[in-house]
Design a protein around this ligand. Structure first.
Ligand code: ADP
Length: 229
Protein backbone atom coordinates (compact mmCIF):
# COMPACT_ATOMS: atom_id res chain seq x y z
CA UNK A 1 0.00 0.00 0.00
CA UNK A 2 2.75 2.46 1.06
CA UNK A 3 6.44 1.65 0.94
CA UNK A 4 9.32 4.11 1.30
CA UNK A 5 12.72 2.58 0.60
CA UNK A 6 15.82 4.55 1.54
CA UNK A 7 14.14 7.83 0.66
CA UNK A 8 15.90 11.17 0.85
CA UNK A 9 14.53 14.56 -0.12
CA UNK A 10 16.58 17.70 -0.53
CA UNK A 11 14.93 21.04 -1.30
CA UNK A 12 18.35 22.46 -2.11
CA UNK A 13 21.98 21.63 -1.36
CA UNK A 14 21.72 22.89 2.21
CA UNK A 15 18.26 21.58 3.14
CA UNK A 16 18.01 17.86 3.64
CA UNK A 17 14.33 17.49 4.56
CA UNK A 18 14.34 13.67 4.67
CA UNK A 19 17.39 11.52 5.21
CA UNK A 20 17.29 7.79 4.31
CA UNK A 21 13.74 7.05 5.42
CA UNK A 22 12.24 3.55 5.37
CA UNK A 23 8.74 2.49 6.34
CA UNK A 24 5.87 0.36 5.12
CA UNK A 25 2.15 0.75 5.75
CA UNK A 26 -0.01 -2.28 4.99
CA UNK A 27 -3.62 -2.37 3.85
CA UNK A 28 -5.97 -1.74 6.79
CA UNK A 29 -3.47 -0.07 9.14
CA UNK A 30 -4.02 3.16 11.09
CA UNK A 31 -0.75 5.05 11.45
CA UNK A 32 0.01 8.33 13.21
CA UNK A 33 2.99 10.40 12.03
CA UNK A 34 4.23 12.76 14.74
CA UNK A 35 7.16 15.12 15.09
CA UNK A 36 8.10 18.71 15.89
CA UNK A 37 7.73 21.55 13.44
CA UNK A 38 10.39 21.27 10.70
CA UNK A 39 10.94 17.54 11.40
CA UNK A 40 9.87 16.45 7.90
CA UNK A 41 6.19 15.45 8.25
CA UNK A 42 4.90 17.63 5.40
CA UNK A 43 7.76 16.47 3.22
CA UNK A 44 6.60 12.86 3.68
CA UNK A 45 3.03 13.85 2.75
CA UNK A 46 4.28 15.73 -0.33
CA UNK A 47 6.10 12.60 -1.47
CA UNK A 48 3.04 10.40 -0.86
CA UNK A 49 0.83 12.75 -2.92
CA UNK A 50 3.50 13.02 -5.61
CA UNK A 51 3.75 16.77 -5.11
CA UNK A 52 7.51 16.12 -4.75
CA UNK A 53 9.71 13.38 -6.14
CA UNK A 54 12.42 11.87 -3.94
CA UNK A 55 16.01 12.95 -4.49
CA UNK A 56 16.94 9.35 -3.69
CA UNK A 57 15.07 6.12 -3.01
CA UNK A 58 11.70 4.66 -3.94
CA UNK A 59 8.18 5.77 -2.99
CA UNK A 60 5.44 3.22 -3.72
CA UNK A 61 1.79 4.13 -3.08
CA UNK A 62 -1.21 2.03 -4.11
CA UNK A 63 0.90 0.17 -6.67
CA UNK A 64 2.38 3.30 -8.30
CA UNK A 65 6.12 3.99 -8.25
CA UNK A 66 5.93 7.74 -7.68
CA UNK A 67 9.51 8.46 -8.70
CA UNK A 68 8.80 6.96 -12.12
CA UNK A 69 5.10 7.65 -12.75
CA UNK A 70 4.34 9.51 -16.00
CA UNK A 71 2.66 12.89 -15.65
CA UNK A 72 -0.44 11.71 -17.53
CA UNK A 73 -0.95 8.93 -14.93
CA UNK A 74 -0.86 11.28 -11.91
CA UNK A 75 -4.62 12.11 -11.94
CA UNK A 76 -5.42 8.38 -12.07
CA UNK A 77 -3.04 7.78 -9.14
CA UNK A 78 -4.54 10.64 -7.08
CA UNK A 79 -7.99 9.13 -7.44
CA UNK A 80 -6.75 6.09 -5.50
CA UNK A 81 -6.50 8.14 -2.30
CA UNK A 82 -8.54 10.57 -0.26
CA UNK A 83 -6.81 13.56 1.30
CA UNK A 84 -7.88 15.71 4.25
CA UNK A 85 -6.04 18.93 5.07
CA UNK A 86 -5.81 21.09 8.17
CA UNK A 87 -7.48 24.02 6.41
CA UNK A 88 -10.37 21.88 5.04
CA UNK A 89 -10.01 23.25 1.46
CA UNK A 90 -13.74 23.28 0.73
CA UNK A 91 -15.06 25.25 -2.25
CA UNK A 92 -16.74 28.33 -0.71
CA UNK A 93 -19.23 28.83 -3.56
CA UNK A 94 -20.62 25.29 -3.36
CA UNK A 95 -22.94 23.96 -0.68
CA UNK A 96 -22.10 20.90 1.43
CA UNK A 97 -23.79 18.47 -0.96
CA UNK A 98 -22.02 19.90 -4.00
CA UNK A 99 -18.63 20.03 -2.26
CA UNK A 100 -18.89 16.28 -1.68
CA UNK A 101 -20.47 15.59 -5.09
CA UNK A 102 -17.62 17.52 -6.75
CA UNK A 103 -15.19 14.69 -6.01
CA UNK A 104 -17.46 12.36 -7.99
CA UNK A 105 -18.36 14.78 -10.78
CA UNK A 106 -14.69 15.28 -11.74
CA UNK A 107 -14.51 11.55 -12.43
CA UNK A 108 -17.62 11.62 -14.65
CA UNK A 109 -19.70 9.60 -12.23
CA UNK A 110 -23.36 9.28 -13.25
CA UNK A 111 -25.73 11.76 -11.60
CA UNK A 112 -27.91 8.84 -10.63
CA UNK A 113 -25.11 7.35 -8.51
CA UNK A 114 -24.26 10.79 -7.08
CA UNK A 115 -27.89 11.21 -5.96
CA UNK A 116 -27.65 8.07 -3.82
CA UNK A 117 -23.96 8.05 -2.84
CA UNK A 118 -23.66 11.64 -1.55
CA UNK A 119 -26.67 11.46 0.84
CA UNK A 120 -25.35 8.10 2.12
CA UNK A 121 -21.92 9.58 2.95
CA UNK A 122 -23.46 12.75 4.45
CA UNK A 123 -25.62 10.56 6.66
CA UNK A 124 -22.55 8.57 7.76
CA UNK A 125 -20.82 11.83 8.74
CA UNK A 126 -24.03 13.07 10.45
CA UNK A 127 -24.27 15.99 8.06
CA UNK A 128 -27.61 15.26 6.37
CA UNK A 129 -29.28 18.35 7.82
CA UNK A 130 -26.40 20.56 6.59
CA UNK A 131 -26.51 19.48 2.93
CA UNK A 132 -27.77 22.84 1.65
CA UNK A 133 -25.52 25.00 3.82
CA UNK A 134 -22.40 26.72 2.48
CA UNK A 135 -19.01 26.22 4.19
CA UNK A 136 -19.15 29.63 5.93
CA UNK A 137 -22.54 28.70 7.43
CA UNK A 138 -21.24 25.67 9.37
CA UNK A 139 -18.72 25.22 12.20
CA UNK A 140 -15.06 24.27 11.83
CA UNK A 141 -15.75 20.75 13.05
CA UNK A 142 -18.58 20.39 10.54
CA UNK A 143 -16.36 21.73 7.75
CA UNK A 144 -13.78 19.10 8.58
CA UNK A 145 -16.48 16.41 8.50
CA UNK A 146 -17.46 17.66 5.02
CA UNK A 147 -13.80 17.41 3.98
CA UNK A 148 -13.76 13.85 5.33
CA UNK A 149 -16.98 13.03 3.47
CA UNK A 150 -15.40 14.35 0.27
CA UNK A 151 -12.28 12.23 0.86
CA UNK A 152 -14.45 9.14 1.45
CA UNK A 153 -17.05 9.48 -1.27
CA UNK A 154 -14.91 7.74 -3.93
CA UNK A 155 -14.32 4.87 -1.49
CA UNK A 156 -10.51 5.09 -1.73
CA UNK A 157 -8.41 2.33 -0.12
CA UNK A 158 -6.16 4.96 1.53
CA UNK A 159 -6.84 8.24 3.33
CA UNK A 160 -4.04 10.67 4.07
CA UNK A 161 -4.94 13.22 6.72
CA UNK A 162 -2.48 16.10 7.14
CA UNK A 163 -3.06 17.69 10.57
CA UNK A 164 -6.85 17.21 10.20
CA UNK A 165 -7.45 18.36 13.78
CA UNK A 166 -5.15 21.39 13.62
CA UNK A 167 -7.97 23.91 13.27
CA UNK A 168 -10.62 22.46 15.59
CA UNK A 169 -10.96 22.42 19.37
CA UNK A 170 -9.90 19.41 21.50
CA UNK A 171 -13.37 17.84 21.78
CA UNK A 172 -13.84 18.00 18.01
CA UNK A 173 -10.31 16.72 17.44
CA UNK A 174 -11.26 13.68 19.46
CA UNK A 175 -14.41 13.24 17.38
CA UNK A 176 -12.51 13.49 14.09
CA UNK A 177 -9.99 10.82 15.13
CA UNK A 178 -12.91 8.64 16.27
CA UNK A 179 -14.49 9.05 12.83
CA UNK A 180 -11.20 8.17 11.14
CA UNK A 181 -10.96 5.07 13.32
CA UNK A 182 -14.48 4.00 12.38
CA UNK A 183 -13.58 4.44 8.71
CA UNK A 184 -10.44 2.38 9.36
CA UNK A 185 -12.52 -0.43 10.90
CA UNK A 186 -14.26 -0.79 7.53
CA UNK A 187 -10.88 -1.57 5.95
CA UNK A 188 -9.62 1.83 4.76
CA UNK A 189 -5.95 2.47 5.48
CA UNK A 190 -5.39 5.76 7.34
CA UNK A 191 -2.23 7.79 7.67
CA UNK A 192 -2.68 10.79 9.95
CA UNK A 193 -0.08 13.48 10.59
CA UNK A 194 -0.45 15.33 13.87
CA UNK A 195 1.67 17.36 16.25
CA UNK A 196 -0.92 16.74 19.01
CA UNK A 197 0.77 14.07 21.10
CA UNK A 198 -2.19 13.94 23.47
CA UNK A 199 -4.34 12.54 20.66
CA UNK A 200 -1.87 9.71 20.10
CA UNK A 201 -1.79 9.01 23.84
CA UNK A 202 -5.59 8.96 23.99
CA UNK A 203 -6.14 6.65 21.03
CA UNK A 204 -2.89 4.73 20.80
CA UNK A 205 -1.77 2.80 17.74
CA UNK A 206 1.17 2.53 15.42
CA UNK A 207 3.13 5.75 15.56
CA UNK A 208 6.02 6.97 13.44
CA UNK A 209 8.03 9.80 14.97
CA UNK A 210 10.01 11.98 12.58
CA UNK A 211 12.95 14.02 13.82
CA UNK A 212 15.44 15.97 11.72
CA UNK A 213 14.36 14.15 8.58
CA UNK A 214 14.63 10.66 10.02
CA UNK A 215 12.21 8.12 11.48
CA UNK A 216 13.38 7.84 15.08
CA UNK A 217 10.48 5.71 16.38
CA UNK A 218 8.15 3.22 14.69
CA UNK A 219 6.12 1.22 17.17
CA UNK A 220 2.74 0.81 18.86
CA UNK A 221 1.85 3.37 21.50
CA UNK A 222 -0.60 2.29 24.20
CA UNK A 223 -3.78 4.37 24.24
CA UNK A 224 -6.20 5.06 27.03
CA UNK A 225 -4.90 8.18 28.71
CA UNK A 226 -8.00 10.29 28.35
CA UNK A 227 -6.51 13.49 29.69
CA UNK A 228 -9.03 16.15 30.62
CA UNK A 229 -12.02 13.90 29.96
P1 ADP B 1 7.16 19.55 9.22
O1 ADP B 1 6.01 19.27 8.31
O2 ADP B 1 7.46 18.40 10.14
O3 ADP B 1 7.00 20.84 9.96
P2 ADP B 1 8.68 19.96 6.76
O4 ADP B 1 8.62 18.69 6.02
O5 ADP B 1 7.81 21.09 6.30
O6 ADP B 1 8.50 19.69 8.33
O7 ADP B 1 10.17 20.52 6.70
C1 ADP B 1 11.35 19.70 6.80
C2 ADP B 1 12.58 20.56 6.51
O8 ADP B 1 12.55 21.01 5.15
C3 ADP B 1 12.67 21.82 7.37
O9 ADP B 1 14.04 22.05 7.64
C4 ADP B 1 12.11 22.89 6.47
O10 ADP B 1 12.66 24.14 6.78
C5 ADP B 1 12.56 22.43 5.09
N1 ADP B 1 11.64 22.84 4.02
C6 ADP B 1 10.32 22.58 3.94
N2 ADP B 1 9.80 23.07 2.80
C7 ADP B 1 10.83 23.68 2.13
C8 ADP B 1 10.93 24.38 0.89
N3 ADP B 1 9.88 24.55 0.10
N4 ADP B 1 12.15 24.86 0.55
C9 ADP B 1 13.23 24.70 1.35
N5 ADP B 1 13.20 24.04 2.52
C10 ADP B 1 12.02 23.54 2.92
Amino acid sequence: MIELKDVSLKYDEDTVALNHINFTVKQGEFVFIVGASGAGKSSIIKLLLREKVPTKGTVLVNGYDLGKIKNNKIPEFRRTLGVVFQDFRLIPTLNVFDNVAFALRVTNTSSRYIRTRVPYILDLMELSDKAKRYPHEISGGEQQRVALARALVNDPPLIIADEPTGNVDPALSYEIVQLLQEINKCGTTILMVTHQHELVRQFGGRTLRVDHGQIVFDDFVMGGTHEGE
